[in-house]
Ligand binder design. Structure first.
Ligand code: PGA
Ligand code: ZN
Length: 458
């Protein structure tokens, strides 16, 4: 029996920063399915368009009533009329919305409107098949049914800088990854314990007021240099008694401090005391950090259109048969560079610019396109790193897509704040559920980049 859309509506709701976002409610014969759309702050220039009202007198121009109206008046009625079968037509539903929009970047209807429907339709599709969302998405992605299920390493963003906090640290995210845990639940435990220890370390060093947090739940102490950040992590991990159980990661989100006219990076941008670096100086800085600390992943070290720097750094690190500080070079993840877009992924592969794709569902605006970008990245032998946005909601969709695609790692902020924890809690539910069903599942651990291939080789 096909399962049809009976009704679709959208509403304006708030995200974790108190800004408006789109909620979609979709009804089918199987029930009511909801979604809430996330929103970035360090948004890539090549992302699909998030439609905002622009009326400065209401929510500072950030209202989404136009996007909401597009779901209620345009997308909803047109989709209902098409009688798509939710059990098998997600690809057709997404393509239909793209055609209805008609622009290359979803500027007419809004990626926030389209994505909300795509997410809710995925949930309705899973219900139509009578399977969990991760199972539905796994089939959509064409993942080998015999592959084990992979629970990801959570990359906890425990120190927030850049445009996500008010301190003077230029680099946006400093992350702790419990690669030495043996299950997802244990990874959460290690992460939460280290997070609390980090709070004590910060409090002892800088005083209680320095333990305030940024947009993604990480602390934002008065530090400036990345070395200060990694030294704090080292102390926290050691005091928590987990030396060797964690690796580190960073996302400088460097498009935020790139001067495209000069080709330089200003790490003093936050307090307007210029500290300008050439591309070569940035490359040297990253190499020295990677040599000194166990950094396993480096995201957006260079700006979204600074292709030459990406290519040069890739050639010198992951592209060379080399170790840095006695360890393999860190995974090089393209976020603003790739924007979950197959065209950008293709270009990056041609230019040998990175070896990993960040997956953010709202950068591209439909679930099928996000899956297609991930599959293309995998086809190049790259890894895929799933991500929340800095403006989030309690919607936990990205937890399911992470398991569906066996990506082996995701980032959803610190182990704190409801909108971050929603994803981590959902992953613990999935881990329990798979165990109870007797399905083969593994925690990605040290093999977070290519967990399944590694397992098959064993
Ligand atoms: P954003 O930050 O959601 O503000 O873009 C996340 C990131 O840069 O990875
Ligand atoms: Zn990023």
């Amino acid at each position: 029996m096909p399962s049809y859309i009976k009704a679709i509506s959208a509403q304006q709701r708030l995200d974790s920063r108190g800004n408006p976002t789109v909620q979609v409610v979709l009804e089918s014969d199987k029930g009511t399915f909801r979604s809430l759309v996330p929103s970035g702050a360090s948004t890539g220039a090549h992302e699909a368009v998030e439609l905002r009202d622009g009326d400065k007198s209401v929510y500072g121009g950030k209202g989404v009533t136009k996007a909401v109206g597009n779901v209620n008046n345009v997308i909803g009625p047109a989709l209902i009329e098409k009688k798509f079968d939710l059990a098998k037509d997600l690809g057709k539903i997404d393509q239909f919305m793209r055609d209805l929009d008609g622009t290359p970047n979803k500027a007419k209807l809004g990626a926030n409107a389209i994505l909300g429907v795509s997410m809710a339709a995925s949930r309705a599709g899973a219900a139509a098949q009578g399977v969990p969302l991760y199972e539905f998405l796994r089939k959509e992605a064409g993942v080998d049914a015999n592959a084990p299920y992979v629970l990801p390493v959570p990359f906890f963003n425990v120190l927030n800088g850049g445009v996500h906090s008010g301190n003077t640290m230029a680099f946006q995210e400093i992350m702790l990854a419990p690669t030495g845990a043996t299950s997802f639940a244990e990874a959460l435990q290690f992460g939460a314990e280290a997070y609390h220890t980090l709070k004590t370390v910060i409090s002892q060093k800088f005083g209680g007021p320095a333990t305030g947090i940024g947009d993604e739940g990480g602390f934002a102490p008065p530090i400036t240099k990345p070395e200060e950040a990694f030294d704090l992590l080292g102390e926290a991990v050691s005091q928590a008694g987990r030396t060797g159980k964690f690796q580190y990661a960073m996302d400088p989100a460097s498009s935020e401090f790139f001067d495209s006219a000069k080709g330089t990076y200003d790490t003093g941008f936050k307090d307007k005391s210029p500290n300008v670096h050439s591309s070569q100086q940035m490359q040297n800085l990253y190499k020295s950090l990677v040599a000194k600390y166990p950094i396993a992943l480096l995201e957006d070290p260079f700006a979204e259109d600074d292709w030459a720097s990406w290519t040069a750094f890739t050639a010198a690190t992951v592209g060379a048969d080399t170790t840095i500080g006695g360890r393999p070079p860190p995974e090089l993840v393209g976020d603003d560079l790739l924007v979950t877009n197959v065209e950008r992924v293709k270009e990056a592969a041609e230019k040998k610019a990175c070896n990993s794709m960040l997956l953010k569902i709202n950068q591209i605006g439909t679930i099928t396109e996000a899956i297609a970008a991930a599959n293309l990245a995998f086809s190049y032998g790259w890894s895929v790193f799933v991500s929340h946005r800095s403006g989030e909601t309690t919607d936990d969709f990205v937890a399911d897509i992470t398991v569906a695609l066996n990506t082996g790692h995701l980032k959803s902020g610190a182990p704190a704040r409801g909108e971050r924890i929603a994803k981590y809690n959902r992953l613990m539910d999935i881990e329990d559920e798979l165990k109870a069903a007797g399905k083969k599942s593994i925690y990605a651990g040290e093999h977070f980049s290519h967990p399944v291939k590694t397992v098959k080789q064993v």
